[in-house]
Design a protein around this ligand. Structure first.
Ligand code: SF4
Length: 329
């Protein structure tokens, strides 16, 4: 499949079949934390970047195969860039609704919501999850590196207007990057924006996967909790922390430990044979230093070579198998 991927399990959406509407990497932003890589075409121009007919044919093939026997909760329109740049996104949403009884979600950076056509097209979706990482111009430019035509005030106003007209689930994702958009001024400005936009939920995130720019680092657990409290103040909706705070701490530990490249490769070799919990890796390779083992495991996770899975309430690590959604699900 060229455009469809998954299903991947997403904590937010359940089993999600992803549909990429754009090739890498056409976007109206060039976020420092992007997992896809640098934006090669930084634009707000809407076009039919890939043929809609081909996407619909792939959807038909997938459905004809009985969804390949896989459970699906939701079809998620996304992209290796910004999906609302595709001019026929509305038709694709309508097609999915006509052919399946599942929900349709859209993951978007929200920069084009000022355009009434984009708002009308997305109104047919069931779940829309835009992001807004900064409500101060300098932080917005630092973290999101927008195309020249993107205007922050217009972006926030577009989100406000969409929220008023949309009857489905509307969740706002905010991704915090250490020392880039996490100052007290930034959080206060985001608090004002959240109050204005009034999404049903705010989902807080931080850098959890290898970013495009090595300067993009996760914020601490304390910062996430502080940000959640600030955003929840005076806002009637729900503020959730999406990211695994324990993983952030492990990452922090990892940054304090000197990585051993040989041990990293030995761990990768061990996990090639079977999934293992951290303690077992530490024991099997005679490391006897859980912090060091964690740091090396985290380095492999960051590189996308291994992934965590939970089985019987226990965390294991195994070789990475699934392609990940570029929107941090
Ligand atoms: S994170 Fe999303 S919005 Fe930001 S550059 Fe990557 S694809 Fe574009």
């Amino acid at each position: 499949m060229k455009y469809l991927f998954g299903p991947v399990f997403s904590r937010r959406l359940g089993y999600s079949l992803g549909i990429d509407l754009l090739p890498p990497k056409i976007c109206s932003l060039n976020c420092v934390y992007c997992e896809v890589g640098p934006t090669t075409e930084l634009t707000c121009e809407r076009k039919e970047y890939v043929p809609t007919a081909e996407i619909l044919q792939e959807i038909d093939r997938f459905l004809a195969s009985g969804a390949a026997g896989r459970p699906i909760d939701v079809y998620t329109l996304t992209a290796m860039g910004e999906p609302t740049l595709h001019t026929r996104i509305g038709e694709i949403i309508a097609y999915l609704h006509a052919r399946t009884d599942k929900k349709v979600a859209v993951l978007t950076n929200g920069t084009l919501f000022f355009d009434p056509k984009v708002r009308a097209e997305l109104s047919a979706a069931d779940i829309v999850i835009p992001s807004l990482d900064a409500a101060r111009q300098e932080s917005f430019e630092r973290v999101n590196q927008p195309a020249a035509a993107v205007n922050l005030e217009q972006v926030i106003e577009g989100l406000v207007l969409f929220r008023r007209q949309f009857h489905g689930e509307f969740w706002l994702e905010v991704l915090l990057v250490r020392d880039m958009n996490d100052s007290q001024e930034d959080l206060a400005a985001l608090q004002q924006a959240v109050r204005r936009i009034d999404p049903a939920r705010v989902q807080l995130n931080t850098v959890a996967r290898p970013p495009m720019d090595g300067r993009a680092r996760p914020v601490t657990r304390e910062k996430m909790e502080q940000a959640a409290a600030i955003l929840a103040d005076g806002y009637a909706g729900q503020v959730e922390i999406l990211v695994d705070l324990q993983a952030i701490e492990q990452k922090e530990l990892g940054q304090g430990k000197q990585l051993q490249p040989k041990l990293v490769e030995e761990i990768a070799g061990l996990l090639q044979r079977r999934p293992c919990p951290i303690e077992e890796i530490d024991k099997a390779l005679h490391v006897q230093d859980l912090e060091l083992t964690r740091a090396c495991v985290q380095a492999l996770v960051n590189a996308g070579r291994i992934e965590k899975l939970v089985h019987n309430n226990k965390e294991f690590y195994q070789l990475a198998t699934v392609r990940s959604d570029p929107r941090k699900d």
